[in-house]
Each structure stands twice: as C-alpha cells, then as structure tokens.
Design a protein around this ligand. Sequence first.
Ligand SMILES: Cc1ncc(COP(=O)(O)O)c(C=O)c1O
Length: 390
Amino acid sequence: MALTDPSKRLEAMPPYMFAELERKIEQKQDEGVEVISLGIGDPDTPTFRYVVEAMREAVGDPSTHKYPSNRGRPEFREAVAGFYMQRFGVEIDAVDEVIPAIGAKECIYNLCFAFLDPGDVALASDPGYPVYTGGPILAGAEAHLLPLVPELDFAPDLDAIPADKLAAARLLFINYPNNPTGAVVPDGFFESVIELAREHEFLVVHDNAYSETTFDGYVAPSFLQTPGAKEVGVEVFSLSKGYNMTGWRCAAILGNAEAVKTYWRLKTNIDSGLFEAVQLAGAAALRGKHKHVEEMCSIYARRRDLVVEALGAIGVDVTTPKGTIYIWAPVPDGHTSTSFAELVLDEAGVVVSPGSMYGPSGEGFFRISLTTPDELLTEAVERLRAHLTG
Ligand SMILES: Cc1ncc(COP(=O)(O)O)c(C=O)c1O
C-alpha cells in the first residue's frame, strides 16, 4: 500500500462523474465564452443587514471568543425553539431538544456516525442531497435508495422498500421542500413515515433546508408538527438558504431528545462547536424581520417564472415548483442528463446540473438553480431561447 493511498472507506465512495462536464466548462471559458452557471444553489443576495449587524455586535463581545459549548448558547437554543413555536406551532424544549450544528451538511454526516454501524442501512431519497448516501458509505454502512418519481409527486413509495432493508434500517433521510426536485410534501406522507418508523424502529431525519423559500402562498410544514414525529425523529433546520447564510455554517438539530443527545455525544469527540458569535447572529436572524425572507422569496418567484417560461419556449415542460430555489426539468427525448447539460453548455454557454448528479433516479432530468442575479439569469434564458429552440 502506498503512503498516500486513501482509506477503504473513502475508496468506497462513488467516483465523481462530472469531471468531463467541468473540463468542458473550463474549455469554453478558455475560448472566451462568458459561461453563465445555473448550477449551484448558493444565494446571490447578501445576508440580511440586521443579521450582519447582530454578528458585528456579537464579535465585539469577548464572551463569544472562547471554545463554544457543543450544547449551544442558551440564546441560540431559545431563539430556535421560539421560532419553531411561532412559525410551526411546534413546542421544543430549549434545554434538551435542540442544539446547534455547523451547517446541515455536518449534522447529516455526523448523524450517520452517531447511528450507523457496518451492516446497518440508511434509507435515502434518490435523487437527493449527496450526503444522504455519502455519509452512510463513509460510516461503513449501506445507503438504500428510495426513488422519487413524478408519478408519486416525488415522495418515495414506502410500500416498495424490501423487507430486509427495512429490518436493517436505522435512519431514513427525507427532505421537503425537496432538493433537487422542488417538490413539496404530499398530504399524509409524514404520517405514513412515522407509522413505518414506529413499526421498524428507525430514526427519521427530516432535512428542513428549504421551509422558508416557498412561493405562491405555500407555507411549508415542519416534520415535527406531525403528531408522533418527536417519538421517532429529528429535524435538521438550516439558516443557509432561508436567511442567505450559506457561508456562516449555521443550523440546528431539533426533536427527539435522546437522538439529539447521541448526536451531541458524537460531536464532543469531533468538533468544538459553532462559533458563538454565529450562534448569536443566527438567533437574531430567527427572531428578526420576516419581511426580508418574503422579499427574497418574491425575487426567486419572479426568476422561477422567467425560467419556466423560457423552458416552455424550448419545448421543455416543467411543473412550477412551490418551494426551494430549483427548477427540476425532464431532458428532451434522445438525451441523457449529461448529454443535455453538455449540449446546453456547447450551444448556449449555460451550465445546468445533470440530474444524475443527485442519484440514479435523477437520470433523465436536469436542475436549474434560481440563485443567479437577475441580469445574468435573463441573459441565460435568452441564450436558451436563441440557441435551443426548434
Ligand atoms: C437538501 C439540502 N440539505 C442540506 C444542505 C446543506 O445545508 P448547510 O449549508 O446548512 O450545510 C443543502 C444545500 O444545498 C441542501 O440542498
């Protein structure tokens, strides 16, 4: 074995499939094409000013400069609990049922190490946020994929999960509003999940990254507002997308007290908590002015309509999403996800994400993110119309 050989765990991760697309993007840029990326879901508008001001103040407070407690500052835990009551009507004990996470990604990854052993199974939405499958693999466990298809409104068919996978399941990852499909949770789905989790004794992890980015009057629920949810599950709430705070790494895990404690126990061995100034700024964000979130959503809604219309004009029919910051669209006949992404890049100099990036059931789709500034998005849409019509 060579001294730089990666661990077997890392070797077990699926290969990165999109090196070729990235090479083509670079080539286009070298040719002088101004490539417009509609790939990444990272908000283009800044963190709201009142949150930045709260951070400025928090950084000036020397009590935030020490190692944070992994349990989190009371101000943060109380603000998250207060937000959950006011926004979702969910009662959260600020002492035992919530702690901060260094972003939802960290939390989901570490939940795999807190709950999975080799031989265990994590049930994971496919397509889905990549950590739902990468986390279990790195933890030496198995990720069993649950296909999300348009015919079932992008909810997994719980009756189709094989009995042996259910027997070995310790975690289930779900996420609504959903990345990448833009779907919202179908009526009754959370209830069915709770029933299944009770029967087969696995922990439900609802990744709530997009409840605040919704449109047309749709108000996304928390998983925890479903009766019985706290007995079987936790929710990971991220401030990244709803408050334009991707760089701040600010999230929380809430729900089942024992599960929260187990996650905390793992974390005490791994990291030293979330910078307390970020916790105070996050608390201010959640206590703060909802009008900023609404304004941001109206920007995304306008962009969404622009993209849906342009896709219609080039013959791509999409369902207009009620939430998230993404459009999920079928590729035209005769294309795979990657061949279509390559065509769009070649013809229009626009980057879209191949759906297969998010799992095998994403094949046949592509994803457009709405986080590109208006002028560039308009230009991208015009290029699609000009180069791909007919
Ligand atoms: C479904 C989902 N979960 C989690 C994350 C990551 O959130 P965070 O920035 O809090 O790590 C993302 C980011 O794109 C996401 O789409």
